[in-house]
Design a protein around this ligand. Structure first.
Ligand code: UFG
Length: 321
């Protein structure tokens, strides 16, 4: 299939682009490079455009004529969404609507959308399945929920085929492809802890008084290469006029302190940290049930956290730390 990968210069988009090529698909990348990287792109078909720029989108769709879109491009930092909600609605909702319109004009009726566990907000029970109530607690989560609803409305009206993939905590790297997570400033726990240990500069544990087994937040860390595999499966199973949402996680809950211990074990040295106050808007526990993805996509998360940690270390070392 010819697949246009929006956000293909970013972390999950770039790894999935490689996986798509390995699976025999032809890809082109559309990215505004606001947070993506040139070094993460493969192939010659790279379109530098903002989702909100219809002329840029139409040029990409006209030149590549994709049969499907994988839509990763988004603003995705929760505290930034609280500080600047308008930007998040503009890029994640308005930009995504423009993308749908550009797809419609060329008869492209398949989309795999990067959604998030953030659509659930603070869950009532754990693990979380796709039927759990959706009460997002920040603008980022609300923009993801809104666009999922747009897809579900457009599906019957337009014969659209979609899959909304709700990632829990994406982590890891693909050092074999020289791909991984580089963001300045870094906001995600795993790269923060690994960098802190490599540079011997303490990081802060955000909250130690949660109702969890050691007082720190429990999260579900899922390897980016497992996520990429789920995307390829979701794409290949899209059927006209059908749509579904899938949770993608490891189904294992890991506390911040357990992440610290695992990084220390892999790197063979103590992790420097200090305990700090809670971060605003953090639910105590977020763990996925992925029964639906297992049953319908034939997907299984395979890589344990230690392997993800090793892949990040290898990737960071290959880039000089
Ligand atoms: N944390 C620290 N110290 C840090 C950074 C993070 O203790 O320096 C803690 C956080 O408080 C949280 C855990 O580590 O308990 C994980 O934090 P991340 O920022 O890595 O990830 P989040 O769980 O906040 O965010 C993830 C996704 C978002 C998504 C969100 C849903 O990255 O896209 O889950 O709640 F919106």
């Amino acid at each position: 299939m010819r697949v246009l990968v929006t956000g293909g210069a970013g972390f999950i988009g770039s790894v999935t682009g490689r996986a798509l090529r390995l699976a025999g698909h032809e890809i082109a990348i559309l990215d505004d490079f606001s947070t993506g990287h040139d070094w993460a792109c493969i192939g010659k078909q790279i379109f530098r455009a903002d989702l909100r720029d219809r002329a840029g989108l139409d040029a990409a769709f006209g030149a590549f004529r994709p049969e499907a879109v994988m839509h990763f491009a988004a603003k995705a930092v929760v505290p930034e969404s609280v500080a600047n909600p308008g930007l998040y609605y503009d890029v994640n909702v308005v930009g995504s609507l423009r993308l749908l319109e550009a797809m419609r004009l060329v008869g492209c009726r398949k989309i795999v959308f990067s959604s998030s566990a953030a659509v659930y907000g603070t869950p009532e029970k754990s693990p979380i399945d796709e039927q759990a109530p959706q009460h997002p607690i920040n603008p980022y989560g609300r923009t993801k929920k809104h666009f999922e609803e747009v897809l579900e409305d457009v599906r019957p009206a337009d014969g659209l085929a979609y899959a909304s993939l709700r990632y829990f905590n994406a982590c890891g790297a693909a050092p074999e492809w020289h791909l991984g997570e580089i963001r300045e400033p870094e906001t995600h726990l795993l790269p923060i802890v690994i960098r802190a240990t490599m540079k011997n500069q303490p990081f802060t544990v955000c909250g130690t008084d949660y109702e969890t087994r050691d007082g720190t937040c429990v999260r579900d860390y899922v390897d980016v290469r497992d996520l990429a595999d789920a995307h390829v499966r979701a794409l290949e199973r899209l059927r006209p006029g059908q749509g579904a949402a899938y949770n993608l996680g490891s189904e294992l809950g890991t506390t911040v302190r357990e992440v610290v211990a695992a990084v220390g074990k892999v790197l063979g040295k103590p992790v420097p940290f200090r305990d700090g106050p809670r971060r605003a808007g953090d639910p105590a526990t977020l763990v996925a049930s992925c029964a639906k993805a297992r049953a319908e996509l034939g997907w299984t998360p395979r890589r344990p956290l230690e392997e993800s940690i090793r892949s990040v270390v290898e990737f960071l070392q290959s880039r000089g730390g």
